[in-house]
Design a protein around this ligand. Structure first.
Ligand code: BGC
Length: 515
């Protein structure tokens, strides 16, 4: 281990200082990066359920939808082009998250956020004025590139500006902003669907420019993090900034640790290769498995396609969009429950309870739909029956929102030691975006061929992820990041990989910063 600062296991270092209003304000502006991500997640489903949008870009889908009585309901929205419109954004985010890691490292988090916001702004404008499908897709690619950069840079920025004690809460604030973005997008769709002609969907897509401008302009005026400054050899500036954001002159201890941590991370030539080392096996596995399983809950079937799903079960456009507003609200409100309980009850209990609740809710939703539509997809769902389906979808969304939603980002961020953190974080973002892309692309054809069984498919994944957490994910609540290796060392399975032979016993490295 490359000459890092060490402390004895069991002793937690407390740095002096508090959360100053300056640091809080900077974090709030940065977390708007989550808002643009969320807005994207929520907006596409709504516009694809608007007739004016479909008739302009996807007339065949509209034609199929208008003949619902004698056509298979499960296949109404099965169009490769239509799913590409939704999914391409996440493919672009997947690609950009590979480069984002080295850009955030070399140019700093601030410049990455400004760049991400600008690219996103370009995408929003292209989409708002789109004249053909190509423009729509190109606009979505720009949005995706922006999302990839901000999903890498914002969590790091927050982690570095926040005092250590409240890092977890601030990390969840990023997820919180994602859910706010989704909710706002559903509300906007509900409002704009009343507007005649093309203006409605143009406003929905174009309004993405608002959070993009806030992030770009805000990030431009934001200070760089002390960590970034140290990496760019601006040591005096870094000291001044640390004093300012901690509200104290007593910053020597933290400053020295930042410098040591920075040297240590620079000593690692290839963090990706380092991550393949045996002692990092649990982190490597978690960096891929947690975000992948988060997406295999099927959450984005609801987040992207809620209005389309509600139309499939027989709601009109307005009722579908209203139901999406309701699921968006449940998502937002339930995330608060996570904020309030995650440090009290721990991560595992939320993961396990959430997994069981999601499984039951998905099975009920699948059964309710299958009962009426059978395997032919022909049938009629009465209003009250459809309301029951919406209620169970909300129960599913609530469970996700207090478990796999925030924890799917929080747990990875707290288990990576400094020397592999940038690499592992970028794998987490990439895996998340990759599966988000896959689900967005395959949901409509899968619904068409698996029919109501699609909900059982996701339920099966929820069983798998719950069993996985039970056996393989140790509790990380209240454990300082620098002591995390001890958790693996005492775990029945991971102890095979992480042990006293490859981890310094009694001493662990300080990894108080994210780089
Ligand atoms: C996921 C998104 C999802 C959102 C829903 C996030 O944690 O990464 O894919 O749409 O939660 O709130």
């Amino acid at each position: 281990m490359a000459g890092g600062h060490v402390i004895p296991v069991g002793e937690t270092k407390i740095y002096p200082g508090r959360l100053t209003s300056y640091a809080l304000f900077a974090c709030m502006v940065a977390s708007f990066g989550g808002l643009i991500f969320g807005y994207d997640i929520g907006i596409s489903g709504g516009v694809t359920s608007m007739d004016t949008f479909l008739s302009k870009f996807f007339p065949k889908v509209l034609e199929k939808e208008k003949h619902v009585i004698d056509s298979n309901q499960y296949c109404q929205f099965n169009s490769v082009l239509l799913s590409t419109f939704t999914s391409v954004l996440y493919f672009a985010a997947f690609v950009s998250s590979f480069f984002a890691s080295s850009i955030t490292r070399r140019l700093g988090r601030k410049i990455t956020m400004v760049g991400g916001g600008l690219i996103f702004l370009v995408g929003a404008i292209i989409n708002g004025v789109a004249a053909n499908v190509l423009m729509l897709i190109v606009g979505r690619i720009f949005l995706g590139l922006g999302v990839g950069f901000s999903s890498q840079a914002v969590p790091l920025y927050l982690a570095e500006m926040a005092p250590m004690k409240i890092r977890g809460t601030l990390n969840i604030s990023f997820q919180m902003m994602i859910t706010v973005g989704i909710f706002v997008a559903h509300l906007v769709n509900y409002g704009t669907s009343n507007i005649n002609g093309d203006l409605g969907w143009r406003l929905s897509l174009g309004l993405a420019a608002v959070p993009a401008i806030i992030v770009t302009v805000g990030a431009f005026f934001l200070p760089n993090t002390p960590n970034s400054m140290i990496e760019c050899n601006q040591t005096e500036k870094a000291r001044t900034m640390l004093r300012e954001i901690r509200g104290t002159d007593d910053i020597d201890l933290e400053y020295e640790d930042l410098v040591a941590a920075s040297k240590q991370s620079q000593a690692i030539k290839d963090p990706f290769k380092t991550l393949l080392g045996r002692k990092y096996r649990p982190q490597l596995v978690m960096s891929i498995v947690i975000p992948s399983l988060q997406q295999l809950t099927g959450i984005n079937v609801v987040m992207f396609y809620a209005p389309v799903l509600f139309k499939t079960i027989g709601f009109g456009t307005q009722a579908s969009l209203m139901s999406a507003v309701i699921t968006g609200f449940v998502n937002l409100a339930s995330t608060f429950i996570s904020v309030l309980t995650v440090d009290r009850f721990g991560r595992r209990i939320l993961f396990l309870e959430g997994g069981v609740q999601m499984t039951i809710a998905q099975i009920i939703v699948g059964t309710l739909i299958g009962w009426k539509f059978g395997t032919t997809g022909m049938g009629y769902i009465p209003k009250t029956y459809a309301i029951f389906i919406v209620i169970f979808i909300c129960i599913f969304v609530a469970a996700f929102a207090w478990s796999w939603g925030p924890l799917g980002w929080l747990v990875p961020s707290e288990i990576y030691p400094l020397e592999v953190r940038s690499a592992a974080q970028s794998i987490t973002v990439s895996a998340n975006m990759f599966w988000t892309y896959v689900i967005a692309q395959i949901f409509p054809p899968m619904l068409c061929s698996f029919k109501f069984g699609l909900f059982y498919f996701f339920a099966a994944w929820e069983v798998i992820m719950t069993v996985f957490v039970y056996w393989f994910l140790p509790e990380t609540k209240g454990i300082p990041i620098e002591e995390m290796q001890t958790v693996w060392k005492s775990h029945w399975f991971w102890a095979k990989y992480v042990n006293d032979d490859n981890v310094d016993s009694g001493h662990v490295e300080i990894s108080n910063v994210s780089v």
